[in-house]
Every structure is written in C-alpha cells, then in structure tokens.
Design a protein around this ligand. Structure first.
Ligand SMILES: Nc1ncnc2c1ncn2[C@@H]1O[C@H](COP(=O)(O)OP(=O)(O)OP(=O)(O)O)[C@@H](O)[C@H]1O
Length: 247
C-alpha cells in the first residue's frame, strides 16, 4: 500500500509549486489512475514516488518502506515505465532487455527464459534479434514495459503507457497489465485517455494545479457528479474547459 502525506514539490527554477500538500492512500492490488490536465503534476508525483526526484516537503511510504531509509529495498519493490523510451536504439530487443535485467541482478537461463516469455506474450518474439531503432512506437512501448517488470516488482508505475500507440498495441498493453494485476501487482498509471481509465482503473484520483480534486471508483465518481454519464464529463466538470497552455 502507498501512503502519501502532505507531499509538496517546487522545482528550483519554477515560480509555483507543481504538487501542493497532497495526501493520498493507494491500497494494494489496485489499478490506480492519476488523471489531470497538462501540467497538473502527475509526472512530478510519479517521479517522487519512484525516488527519481525529491519532494520539497512531506513524505511517503510504499508497503511500509520509507524512501529515505529503504532506498535499495524500494528499488527492488517497484518498477517504472517512463513516458520517454529508455532504450538503446542500436541494440536488439533481447540485448536491451538483458541489460535492464542485469541491472536488477538477473542473469543466465532464468533471465533469458523470462525475456522470451514476455516477448511472446506481448507479440514481439519474431523481433527478438532486431535493433530497437527499427521498431514502431507501439513496439518500443511494449519493450519499455518488459524492461520495467523483469525483476517482478510488486508495484508498477507507468507514465502514459499507451500514448502514441495504435489500438492493437494499446489493447495488448492493457490486457497484459490487467493480467499482471490479477497476479498481485499494484498498478499506478497516468493517462489522458479517460475512456481507457474508466474501463481499466479500479480507482482514480483527479489532480489539478498540483492539488487533489477528487478520488474514488470511476462508477462512484460518475454517480456523484450530477448530469455526468462518463469519467470524461466528471473530469471536465471538475477541471473546467480552459486550455492549459503555457511556455
Ligand atoms: N524540471 C522541471 N523544472 C521546472 N518546472 C517543471 C519541471 N518539470 C515539470 N515542471 C512544471 O511542473 C508542473 C507540473 O508538471 P508535470 O509534468 O508534473 O505535469 P503533468 O500532469 O505530468 O503534465 P502532462 O500531462 O503534460 O504530462 C508544470 O507546471 C510544469 O511546467
């Protein structure tokens, strides 16, 4: 379970806080969606929970482990699928995955079998020995996903895992994540696809301007919001229709 208490974050070069005094509790085995307009603070929050950046104030624990005192244990416990592809373009799919597996102390036949098993499930076996630079966006996303779960994390964070992929790749990714979740992995993901989140998530939190606006089961949030028929309508009602452009 993830317990977030009074987390705030202000980047050194920023004028405003990106996350503001945020409290959130995510139970084990949830598929939890972090939703919000551009610039709401989703990536910042996920980056804090993955210990990629430090909060300005506040604290959090994952399965009771504090990020300040149990850094190594947390690294084994969690998996991270970043928004950007974190792959080596001139290496093959297999070489990339072998490299990422070795970073978690995995090697030999066990690692090889695991890589081949995931490549098969995600429809990529025939591309095992092809260079990543020849892959489509959807194929890279699936490799990125495999790289993050070779060490079998109990908690998996994904930052927009289905952005820029076709419907076929998206379905394979979502089904794969649902299967992982059934086997016990807690999933925390960000997305702008509200239909997808409505169908996929057991709970969601809507954040805006770094603050928690609401949280709950998608169906409960829809029922609660007068006149709303789906999560997108709830989202627009709560966050407004104004564009969030800034430079
Ligand atoms: N490294 C940084 N330095 C300064 N400001 C930053 C930095 N990263 C993000 N921000 C600012 O923090 C705020 C929240 O950004 P964040 O990327 O967390 O939002 P987001 O909800 O993930 O947005 P998106 O949906 O566009 O990915 C924005 O105002 C952004 O400009």
């Amino acid at each position: 379970m993830i317990k977030i208490e009074h987390i705030s974050k202000k980047y050194k070069t920023a004028e405003n806080f990106s996350v503001v005094d945020l409290d959130l509790f995510i139970e084990e085995k949830e598929i939890f969606g972090l939703l919000g307009p551009n610039g709401a603070g989703k990536t910042t929050l996920i980056s804090i929970l993955c210990s990629l950046i430090k909060p300005t104030s506040g604290s959090f624990t994952i399965n009771g482990l504090n990020y300040q005192t149990h850094k190594n244990e947390l690294k084994q416990l969690i998996g991270i699928v970043p928004q950007e592809y974190a792959l080596y373009p001139t290496l093959t799919a297999f070489e990339n995955l072998k490299y990422f597996g070795s970073m978690y102390g995995l090697h030999g036949k066990k690692l090889k079998n695991k890589i081949n098993e995931y490549l098969e499930i995600l429809g990529l076996s025939q591309f095992t020995n092809k260079r990543i630079e020849t892959f489509s966006g959807g194929m890279k996303r699936r490799i990125n996903l495999i790289a993050s779960i070779l060490h079998e994390p109990k908690v998996l964070f994904l930052d927009e895992p289905t952005v820029g992929v076709d419907v076929q790749s998206k379905n394979v990714i979502i089904e794969f994540l649902q299967d992982l979740n059934k086997k016990g992995t807690t999933i925390i993901y960000t997305s702008h696809h509200l239909n997808e989140a409505e169908a996929f998530c057991t709970k969601v939190a809507i954040i805006d301007h770094g603050k928690l606006i609401t949280k709950g089961k998608p169906a409960d949030l829809i029922n609660k919001q007068e006149g709303a028929h789906n999560l997108e309508e709830v989202f627009l009602n709560l966050t407004g229709k104004a564009l969030r452009d800034h430079a």
